[in-house]
Design a protein. Structure first.
Length: 277
């Protein structure tokens, strides 16, 4: 197997950490980013020069390009860019502060866009590569109590689907990964709740409050999820979407069928607004 070089944002925990560990253990090189210095010292000690680490908070938008350029300059070529850093903000839309809203969108959506944009000139110059965006079932299905998280992930979905068409002529392929719930540290370290408003007590939006004090059982195995993501990088052509988890498959298919059921009966009335009708 030919050694590849991967760039992964957010390798200190969750899917990012699992991806880095599996890739390094099989002999690949990894350029990983962390917000907290020292959080991956164990991997650096074990893998040495094969593990390049950059300090990055993706809300620091100018820093994204600095870190990306440094990784390409130091490593020469990067075959796969994994955009993974992000977190979940849950609660009713009016339970958040303005600062929380901006931070969620900046981290999950704008940070993802800017990471891809920083990588594209380098990938074009080297004649191709792969961009893998970690999205979520929440990018295709929506539920009360997650409106801002959905806003960030739905934005990512549209951006990356269009981006895939834009960069295909340059040999760059794009995959959106759609995991369901997985047994990572997401619920303890990457999940934030808005300040509850009494008006929402007992409503569907309040259901997410359980995340704050109860560990919700989820089916996904992060080891298996990471392995599937790694395997997808070798698929030709790249899958546009990689659905991982039985809960994700169910959530996505129910949502898409529901949308079709809303739209299809409107075929005739939609045409009534065409010019000349």
């Amino acid at each position: 197997m030919t050694m590849q070089t991967w760039f992964i944002t957010g390798v200190n925990s969750g899917f990012g950490r699992e991806l880095a560990e599996q890739l390094l253990s099989r002999g690949d090189r990894v350029a990983g980013t962390v917000r907290r210095k020292g959080s991956v010292d164990d991997l650096q000690a074990e893998y040495g020069d094969r593990f390049w680490v950059g300090h990055l908070d993706v809300t620091d938008l100018p820093r994204i390009r600095e870190v990306m350029d440094a990784a390409f300059s130091d490593l020469g070529r990067i075959d796969v860019v994994v955009i993974n850093a992000g977190y979940g903000l849950f609660g009713a839309a009016e339970e958040f502060t303005d600062e929380q809203v901006v931070h969620q969108i900046t981290t999950n959506l704008i940070g993802s866009i800017q990471t891809a944009r920083a990588a594209l000139p380098r990938l074009r110059a080297q004649g191709g590569g792969r961009v893998i965006q970690i999205s979520s079932v929440a990018g295709l299905a929506a539920h009360a109590g997650a409106s801002l998280y959905h806003a960030s992930k739905w934005g990512v979905e549209g951006c990356m689907e269009a981006l895939a068409q834009e960069v295909a002529p340059f040999g760059i392929e794009v995959t959106l990964v759609e995991p369901g719930g997985a047994r990572t540290s997401f619920s303890s370290s990457s999940l934030q709740l808005g300040e509850p408003l009494a008006a929402y007590d007992g409503t569907p939006a309040a259901m997410v409050r359980v995340f704050g004090h109860t560990r919700v059982p989820v089916p996904g195995d992060p080891v298996k999820v990471a392995a599937k993501v790694i395997d997808s990088a070798a698929q030709k052509p790249a899958p546009m979407r990689l659905v991982l988890g039985s809960d994700s498959y169910q959530g996505v298919t129910v949502a898409l069928r529901g949308r079709l059921a809303q739209v299809e009966p409107q075929q005739a009335s939609a045409a009534e607004t065409d010019a000349g009708t």
